[in-house]
Design a protein. Structure first.
Length: 588
C-alpha cells in the first residue's frame, strides 16, 4: 500500500503545473456536469412519472373494463370473456374476483409484453390502496408499468370486483433516454471546450512565470543584471515579479559590495604584505652582509644595527596598527563613557610641544564664555564639580618655554576674536559647520561627549601626527574644541598650514594603506594606516570625521562625537579624564 502511494506521489510530482491545473479544472467541471446530469434526470423522471400517475388515476376512475371484457356471474363466481371487436389500448386491465381475490381475466395492450400481474388481489386490500400507484414489470423484466386498483361493480348483478389498470412507462423511458443522450453530448462538448479554454488561460497566465523561470536560470548562471518586465501590480504574478526585482536589486548591490570588499581585502593584504616584507628584506640584507663579512668595521656595524632597529620599530608600529584595525573592526575594547574634549586637546598639545619645541601649538576652547588673561603660561588645573582642585601635571620645562608659545587659549563664543574657519562646504562625512556665528545659549554647553577616552586620544594623536609629518617643523598647529548644539555633537579640529589635501583625494585618504604621495620616503610617509584608524575609531564611536581646506593653505580635520545629554555645564565643568602623568625635566 505504501509503495502504491509513493508511486502515485511520484507520478503526481512529475506532472507539470500547467497540466495539473488543467486536469483539476477539467475534473471539477466533469464532476459538476455529472452531478447535474444525475440530478436533472432524477427530477425529470419524477416529473414524468407524476404525470403518468395523474393520467392513470383519471383512467382508473372510468369504466375501462367493459369495453375490453364481458363480466358474468355464474353460480356466484365471476367470469370474464374478451369482448368481440375490442379496441386496442396502450394500457392493460386485470380483473380479480371478490371472494378469494384471484385473477380472473386480463385485456389490453398493443402487442406489448403484458405486465406480470399479481396472482391475487383481495378486495379489502384493493379498498385500502384505491388509486395508489405502484410499479409493475413485464414477465421478462424489461418493461415497466405504473398500476393502480379500484373497486368496481358488475352492473347486471351488483357484484363487486377489483379492477387493476396498468400503464406502460415506455414513453417516460424514451424521454429520459433522449434527454440523457442530448445532455451527454452537451456535457462532452462542454468538457472539451472547458479543457481547451482552461489550457489556454493557464498558458496565458503562466507565460509570465516562464519569464520568472528564464530569469531564475540566468541568475543560476551568474547573471544578476536581468530584471522582470511587463509587471501588473494587481496580479499575483505581477507582485511576484516586483518582489523578485527588489530581491535581485538587493542581491546585485550585495554582490557589488562583496566584490568591492574582496578587492579591497586583496589590496589590503597585498599592501600589508609589501609593507611587512620591506623591513624584513632590509633586516635580512644587513644580516647577510654581516654574515658575508661586508660589515666589518665598528662604524659599519653601528650603522647596520641602527638601520635594523629602525626597520624593526617600523614593522612593530605597522603590526600594532593592523591589530588596532582588527580590534576596531570587531568592535572590541570600546567603552562608552562621558569624555571632556578640552583636557584631551590640552594633553595632546603638551605632547606635541614636548616632542617638537620649535613648533607653535595653540589650543582654542570655543565654548568658554570669557577669555582668560593671556600670560603665555599653561592654564591652571581645572576644578572638579566637587570643588576640589585637580592636580596639575608637572610641566615645568614646558612652562619655562611658555613665554614664547601659548599652549592653551580660550575665547568667547560671541566675541570679536578672529578664528580661522574653513570656507566652503562642511567636511565630507563630518558635521555641518554654520557659516554665521550661533548666538550663545543662556547656559554654556561643555564639550562633553560619549565615547572611549583612550580611542578619542588616539584619534587626536593620529591627526596631530599626520599634521606634523606633512608640515614644516616650525609650522603652527591649532587645536579647536567646540560643540554643535543643533547636531548634538562635540568636536575637535586639528588645523595645519601645510600643503593641504587636494579635493580629488579627500575621500581616499581614510582608506587603508593609501598615501597622498607614493614618492615620499618611508620615514615621512608613514604606513598609510593612521587615518584609517581614525576613521574606524570614529565609526565605532558613532561619530564623524572630515577634512576641509584651511584658509591661506593647509588642511583642517574635524572629528565629532555625540554630546552627552541632560547634563548641566556647571555640574560638568570638567570630567576626570585619564590621569596620565607625563615625564618632565624635573623627573630627569
Amino acid at each position: 500500500m505504501a509503495r502504491t502511494s509513493d508511486a502515485v506521489t511520484r507520478w503526481w510530482r512529475g506532472i507539470s503545473l500547467r497540466a495539473k491545473v488543467t486536469g483539476v479544472c477539467v475534473a471539477v467541471l466533469a464532476a459538476g456536469l455529472f452531478g447535474a446530469g444525475i440530478g436533472t434526470t432524477t427530477f425529470l423522471r419524477t416529473a414524468l412519472v407524476g404525470n403518468v400517475d395523474t393520467n392513470l388515476r383519471q383512467l382508473a376512475q372510468t369504466d375501462v373494463t367493459s369495453p375490453l371484457l364481458d363480466l358474468e356471474t355464474v353460480d356466484g363466481v365471476l367470469e370474464t370473456e374478451p369482448t368481440e371487436n375490442a379496441a386496442q389500448t396502450d394500457f392493460f386491465v386485470a380483473v380479480y374476483e371478490p371472494t378469494e381475490g384471484e385473477l380472473v381475466g386480463t385485456a389490453g395492450g398493443r402487442g406489448a409484453p403484458a405486465p406480470d400481474f399479481p396472482e391475487s388481489f383481495p378486495l379489502d386490500r384493493a379498498i385500502a390502496s384505491t388509486l395508489a400507484p405502484f410499479n409493475l414489470t413485464s414477465v421478462d423484466g424489461e418493461a415497466e408499468y405504473r398500476a393502480t386498483v379500484t373497486v368496481e361493480e358488475v352492473r347486471s348483478t351488483g357484484v363487486l370486483y377489483t379492477q387493476l389498470v396498468a400503464v406502460p412507462l415506455a414513453s417516460v423511458n424514451r424521454t429520459i433516454a433522449t434527454y440523457l443522450g442530448i445532455y451527454s453530448v452537451i456535457a462532452v462538448i462542454t468538457i472539451v471546450a472547458g479543457a481547451l479554454l482552461t489550457r489556454l488561460l493557464v498558458t496565458l497566465a503562466f507565460r509570465s512565470l516562464r519569464q520568472v523561470e528564464t530569469t531564475a536560470t540566468a541568475i543560476a548562471e551568474g547573471d544578476f543584471s536581468i530584471r522582470m518586465t511587463d509587471i501588473a501590480p494587481g496580479t499575483e504574478v505581477g507582485r511576484l515579479k516586483a518582489a523578485i526585482n527588489t530581491m535581485l536589486g538587493e542581491v546585485d548591490v550585495a554582490i557589488g559590495q562583496r566584490d568591492a570588499t574582496v578587492q579591497q581585502m586583496r589590496r589590503f593584504i597585498g599592501d600589508a604584505s609589501h609593507e611587512l616584507r620591506t623591513p624584513l628584506v632590509t633586516v635580512r640584507g644587513y644580516a647577510e652582509l654581516y654574515r658575508m663579512g661586508a660589515i666589518s668595521t665598528e662604524d659599519d656595524v653601528t650603522q647596520s644595527m641602527d638601520r635594523i632597529e629602525k626597520e624593526a620599530i617600523r614593522m612593530g608600529v605597522l603590526v600594532e596598527d593592523l591589530l588596532n584595525l582588527a580590534r576596531l573592526d570587531e568592535r572590541r575594547d570600546v567603552v562608552i563613557a562621558p569624555v571632556d574634549l578640552r583636557p584631551i586637546a590640552r594633553d595632546a598639545a603638551l605632547d606635541v610641544r614636548a616632542a617638537a619645541p620649535r613648533r607653535p601649538v595653540t589650543v582654542i576652547d570655543t565654548t568658554a564664555q570669557e577669555p582668560p588673561a593671556t600670560t603665555g603660561e599653561v592654564s591652571p588645573a581645572p576644578v572638579s564639580p566637587s570643588g576640589r582642585r585637580r592636580p596639575a601635571p608637572n610641566t615645568s620645562a614646558i612652562s619655562r618655554a611658555g613665554a614664547t608659545l601659548s599652549l592653551l587659549r580660550r575665547r568667547p563664543r560671541t566675541g570679536s576674536i578672529q578664528t580661522a574657519r574653513p570656507s566652503g562646504d562642511a567636511p565630507a562625512g563630518g558635521p555641518p559647520r554654520p557659516s554665521n556665528p550661533v548666538p550663545a545659549p543662556a547656559a554654556p554647553i561643555a564639550p562633553i561627549v560619549l565615547g572611549d577616552e583612550n580611542r578619542v586620544r588616539q584619534v587626536v594623536t593620529n591627526l596631530l601626527g599626520n599634521a606634523q609629518r606633512f608640515t614644516a617643523e616650525d609650522s603652527p598647529i591649532e587645536l579647536r574644541v567646540g560643540v554643535d548644539p543643533e547636531a548634538a555633537l562635540g568636536w575637535i579640529e586639528i588645523v595645519d598650514h601645510g600643503e593641504g589635501v587636494p579635493d580629488q583625494i579627500k575621500e581616499k585618504i581614510f582608506q587603508r594603506f593609501w598615501r597622498a604621495d607614493t614618492s615620499r620616503t618611508r620615514e615621512t610617509g608613514g604606513t598609510g594606516l593612521g587615518l584609517s584608524i581614525v576613521s574606524a575609531i570614529v565609526e565605532a564611536l558613532h561619530g564623524s570625521v572630515g577634512v576641509v581646506d584651511t584658509p591661506g593653505g593647509g588642511a583642517t580635520f574635524r572629528v565629532g562625537f555625540p554630546l552627552q545629554k541632560e547634563r548641566e555645564a556647571a555640574d560638568q565643568r570638567f570630567i576626570q579624564t585619564q590621569p596620565i602623568r607625563r615625564p618632565t625635566a624635573d623627573d630627569a
